[in-house]
Design a protein around this ligand. Structure first.
Ligand SMILES: *[C@@H]1O[C@H](CO)[C@@H](O)[C@H](O)[C@H]1NC(C)=O
Ligand SMILES: *[C@@H]1O[C@H](CO)[C@@H](O)[C@H](O)[C@H]1NC(C)=O
Ligand SMILES: *[C@@H]1O[C@H](CO)[C@@H](O)[C@H](O)[C@H]1NC(C)=O
Length: 688
């Protein structure tokens, strides 16, 4: 133990990558890492252990007054309102308050929920604690709670939950941890919740540089720049016409351009000007987030605002609304996450701060699930289980042997239909990527009953393992080989796109030079995040709609990424019909062909399918009205995935030239439309 402590480093900390650090910052990090080791040796529950000064740093101090609770570990001081539990000040790195001191005390760092009673409109509640308590307090760690419960008398404005907000400060960690526990009790009434998130608003004079990934980093406009700018067709988007920073003139600002999939949202935040300080949201697990690993949420955006979203309808829409029945008991832990602060006082090197924040994220990822939280509702690693297996794909029209489900997404979520995880909000989800052989290991799974779900990039459809997987504390469940028979009725006659639940492989047009977000100009894979791309359809196809000819057209350049409406001006819009032209050498009129149709997104749309007769009154198939994910307007390259296997009687087809007509029949507005993921026409079965 002594040797371990004096070493005080984690594997990977040493070496070239850390050389950039100024001595002071390196020292702080060493402290933080050794402090973590100390705590690991049994000091969590309140006993104090002896230690040498060099390995520790300041003890954690807690001061409680009538109005304020202050946690301080010599590096960071966090002040919370008592008993509300709002973060009112974060003192760090020579700044008295990293948060926006001009804002009211409940508008700097807070939890809010969007909810409503049945038949009533939604309301936003900024959650205010009513009872403060100290959960644990030692020299190494302080955990405090701001609790609020619910009574019928406050039903007009308080959502029917017990909400326990927990803050943790640890010795030697430059920041603080947060988690919250929501509980709806048995005897409580029905209601609906659409969103729950934690928001931090940092000092706007100081924090103007935002970083959300290695490549997505930029100087941001201010809220005033948005006010003086020109609102665009989608309300969140503004053209900056009079920004305080002239460099930003002519750019578009829209918070949705900075959204990110849950699986990629591990660290994001802001850097201040003088002193140079980083404010980071580090969230290493998404087990508590709704909708699985590709659910998109906001990250950081103009404010300066930094968000950690637990549940929301963004990029999914109505299907994500969460209804609680009368008397439905429910409890869920959101978090924990870390608000991490760093500084580079001598050099003011922004990328050094970003790299350091990523390093801290990796350290935290290694120690997930955290073992210093006190709530029994957040189980440690020893009370969780592991599920392993190997996923194979069976598609006899591709291979006689089963194929490895290379890089499959495999996850455990609440029992439901195949694919139900993408709108599932009440339970926890645990996802892993399979290796090239389809082998997967899902670790740190909370005890409970799950279905195992999967999808495989390059293969259509959704897999569900029919047997319920029941995870018990400490269990290792080996599922062995699982076979996914992907949708398939006959040999491929033609296909368009790549089945991966996004439209990224299709033609994403050049943005209008008058509507740029300069961040994305040189980031080709992110071009879909530019504003107004939907308008380019009308410019590319001013009179006639898109025609794709199998054999000569290339989906990468000839298939527009979104099937949108035609803007006729004067707020009128028209349905559009795309054509796929293809040749058939011969047709079996008595047999059934199949059109596999996968959509990456849909917003108040209806896709009608016709073959060879565009005027056919009743389409061969219609999706009916589907979707409200708004991914086109919000610059996502996917929203909710929809999949259809459409039977096509051979009598609808003919020898020689054929045309598939795809009509997006709903055209009330600019943002209605679908994004395709993949289309495949299959011949009749047994023609193998
Ligand atoms: C800033 O930090 C980055 C990343 O650590 C490093 O590569 C770069 O050399 C540093 N720049 C300066 C001027 O120190
Ligand atoms: C707590 O977690 C840390 C970091 O993962 C680990 O090193 C330590 O052994 C754990 N302590 C206990 C008591 O499980
Ligand atoms: C647009 O609507 C106005 C008012 O109804 C009408 O006068 C005008 O002719 C319309 N323009 C077009 C292009 O249809």
């Amino acid at each position: 133990m002594a040797a371990e402590r004096s070493c005080g480093r984690r594997p990977g900390f040493q070496g070239g990558r850390s050389l950039w650090m100024v001595a002071a910052v390196q020292f702080l990090l060493l402290l933080s890492i050794s402090a973590r080791k100390d705590i690991s040796h049994g000091n969590v529950k309140g006993r104090s252990s002896s230690r040498t000064e060099a390995s520790t740093g300041h003890p954690v101090n807690l001061q409680v007054t009538k109005d304020l609770v202050v946690m301080d570990n010599g590096m960071v001081q966090v002040s919370l309102s008592n008993p509300g539990g709002y973060v009112v000040a974060i003192k760090y790195g020579g700044m008295d308050n990293l948060l926006e001191a001009h804002n009211k005390a409940n508008d700097r760092g807070y939890l809010d929920v969007v909810w409503n009673w049945p038949e009533e409109s939604s309301k936003i509640e900024r959650v205010a604690g009513t009872k403060f308590s100290i959960i644990t307090q030692t020299q190494d760690i302080v955990e405090i709670s701001f609790l609020r419960t619910w009574e019928k008398s406050s039903a007009a404005y308080v959502s029917p939950f017990i909400i326990d907000q927990r803050y943790i400060m640890r010795r030697g960690i430059s920041g603080f941890y947060y988690y919250t526990i929501f509980e709806h009790q048995k005897q409580w009434p029905a209601f609906r919740i659409d969103q729950a998130r934690v928001v931090f608003k940092t000092n706007g004079e100081q924090f103007q540089f935002m970083a959300i990934s290695d490549y997505k980093q930029r100087v941001m406009p201010t809220p005033d720049d948005r006010t003086t700018g020109k609102p665009l067709a989608y309300p969140e988007a503004v053209l900056l016409t009079h920004p305080s920073n002239p460099d930003l003139k002519g750019e578009v600002d829209d918070k949705y351009q900075y959204s990110s999939e849950s699986q990629d949202t591990r660290v994001h935040g802001w850097i201040s000007k003088d002193p140079v300080v980083g404010f980071w949201m580090i969230s290493t697990s998404d087990e508590f987030r709704s909708g699985g690993p590709v659910k998109q949420e906001l990250t950081s955006h103009v404010g300066p605002t930094t968000i950690n979203t637990f549940m929301s309808t963004h990029y999914v829409g109505r299907e994500m609304e969460t209804y609680f029945a009368d008397g439905e008991p429910w409890k869920k832990v959101f978090g924990p996450f870390l608000v991490y602060l760093n500084s580079d006082p001598h050099q003011g090197n922004y990328s050094a701060l970003w790299e350091d924040a990523k390093r801290q994220m990796l350290i935290d990822a290694e120690s997930w699930p955290y073992n210093f939280t006190q709530s029994e509702d957040f189980p440690p690693s020893s009370q969780r289980g592991t599920v392993t297996g190997q996923l194979l794909i069976r598609d006899r029209y591709i291979s006689k042997k089963d194929l490895w489900a290379d890089s499959a997404y495999v996850g455990l979520a609440a029992p439901g239909e195949a694919g139900s995880w993408q709108t599932e909000t009440k339970g926890y989800q645990f996802w892993a990527r399979a290796d090239t052989s389809g082998s997967f290991t899902i670790t740190n799974v909370r005890a409970g009953a799950y279905n195992l779900y999967a999808w495989v990039p390059g293969t259509v459809g959704d897999y569900k393992y029919e047997t319920t997987v029941t995870v018990t504390p400490g269990s290792l469940i080996k599922l062995g080989s699982l076979v996914y028979e992907s949708p398939r009725s006959g040999p491929t006659l033609w296909e368009i796109g790549y089945p991966d639940r996004t439209a990224a492989e299709f033609h994403v047009p050049n943005p209008s030079p008058l509507l740029l977000n300069k961040l994305y100009v040189n980031l080709k894979p992110d071009w879909f995040r530019q504003y107004g791309l939907w308008e380019r359809y009308g410019e590319l196809y001013p009179e006639d709609d898109l025609v794709f000819t199998v054999g000569t057209s290339k989906y990468q350049k000839d298939w527009f990424f979104a099937h949108v409406t035609r803007n006729k001006g004067n707020s009128t819009f028209e349905p559009t019909t795309w054509q796929v032209k293809f040749e058939l050498r011969d047709v079996s009129p008595k047999e059934t062909y199949t059109l596999q149709l996968a959509l990456a997104s849909a917003t108040f749309s209806e896709i009608q399918v016709r073959f060879n007769d565009p005027k056919m009154g009743k389409p061969l198939f219609t999706t009916m009205l589907i979707g409200s994910d708004n991914a086109i307007a919000r610059h996502g390259i996917h929203g909710v995935h929809h999949f259809y296997s459409i039977q096509v009687p051979g009598s609808y087809l003919q020898k020689g030239s054929n045309t598939l007509y795809l009509t997006q029949a709903r055209a009330r507005g600019l943002f209605e439309g679908v994004m395709y993921d993949y289309l495949r026409l299959e011949g009749p079965p047994n023609s193998l």
